[in-house]
Design a protein around this ligand. Structure first.
Ligand code: ADP
Length: 326
């Protein structure tokens, strides 16, 4: 965190070297297309089973690493099973350091996902190994060397707490509060940047679902110094606490042909963290993340849909200078 000329804490890491530690979940996603979601007591036949690497933590780690987060480390837990091998291979392909991933005596986290023809997902998660993530001495040491620590809420809150406590002064804790749940005061107090979609923002702000994003961001700024509310195909809203009042920046989405929106939010968070870790300010980091999120929705899957840094930068530049010939 830095201090600006007007005395307010800014959400930047001046001189950041791009080091990111992502603390979170890893799941194998078992995905089946269904004609409709089954009701209680019902059995229906679906299509072919797909087995994809997923989990918010692992997805975001791949997002940060592909965006060039120098030495992005994933801190998480996997079982001793095939699903763990699938996830480690995907993290390795994404350029994520996996040396601090623990292997525990529990099944690797698994998400059972049915997808109806209108694209609606119904998901059951068996957290398994994700309930056993720990921040031990080696993980704490890596976190202490990071510029940005990125966490989500698919792991126990105590792990988020421990990761926050292990940060060096000046490093940022970016919390993607997904899935949303009540947060205790000490966790609120540790957050530098909160990233939430509209539903999570409304839950956390205790507001009704139809409150507008700037109202939600204003309420959340009472708890944390900076908030990014993502709005799917509508882009995102960046809100920062300033002595003169909230500073709101609208970041438009980049128009693309959406194929599969799975993982857009995770790609957004990973790329945002990597950009902050290199010293970008929050609105600029969100612009880069928007380009990454847009590219992610043009491809199927989550980790496999994460774009390369060069494509992200090229799209962000095209979006910023639409009239410049390419
Ligand atoms: P979540 O998956 O967590 O709900 P969002 O759907 O809000 O997250 O997506 C995160 C970001 O990805 C958005 O703020 C936007 O920048 C980008 N994005 C998502 N969907 C689209 C889309 N259809 N077209 C372009 N960009 C998108």
């Amino acid at each position: 965190m830095s201090t600006t000329a007007d005395g307010e804490q800014g959400t930047t890491v001046p001189g950041g070297s791009g080091r990111v530690v992502v603390v979170g979940s890893a799941n194998v996603d078992l995905v089946v297309d269904v004609p409709r979601h089954p009701g209680g007591g019902e059995t229906i036949l679906g299509g072919e089973l797909r087995r994809n690497p997923g989990g918010k933590g692992a997805n975001q780690a791949v997002g940060a690493a592909r965006a060039g987060g120098a030495g992005t480390t994933f801190v998480g837990a996997l079982g001793h099973d095939d699903a763990a091998d699938l996830l480690l291979a995907s993290l390795d392909r994404g350029g994520v350091r996996t040396d601090l991933v623990e292997r525990v005596d529990a099944a690797t986290g698994t998400a059972l996902i049915t997808v109806s023809p209108d694209g609606e997902n119904a998901i059951v998660v068996a957290p398994g190994a994700n309930s056993h993530v720990t921040v031990g001495a080696a993980q704490a040491e890596r976190i202490a060397a990071a510029d940005v620590v990125l966490a989500q809420l698919e792991i126990p809150l105590d792990v988020v707490r421990a990761a926050a406590a292990a940060r060096r002064p000046g490093a940022l804790l970016v919390l993607n509060a997904a899935p949303s749940r009540d947060l205790p005061d000490d966790v609120w107090a540790a957050v530098d940047v909160l990233v939430v979609n509209e539903h999570e923002a409304a839950d956390l702000a205790g507001a009704s679902g139809d409150a507008d994003p700037s109202t939600l961001a204003g309420l959340l700024l009472e708890r944390v110094p900076a908030v990014v509310v993502t709005l799917g195909g509508e882009g995102s809203l960046v809100a920062e606490r300033r002595p003169s009042g909230p500073l709101l920046t609208t970041v438009p989405a980049i128009a693309v042909e959406a194929v599969d929106t799975t993982g857009a939010g995770d790609t957004f968070c990973g790329v945002l963290a990597a950009a902050l870790a290199r010293g970008a300010d929050l609105p600029d980091a969100a612009r880069l993340a928007a380009a990454a999120g847009a590219l992610a929705v043009t491809r199927p899957g989550a980790q496999d849909a994460v774009p390369d840094a060069a494509d992200v930068v090229a799209l962000a530049e095209r979006a910023a200078n639409p009239d410049r010939p390419t």
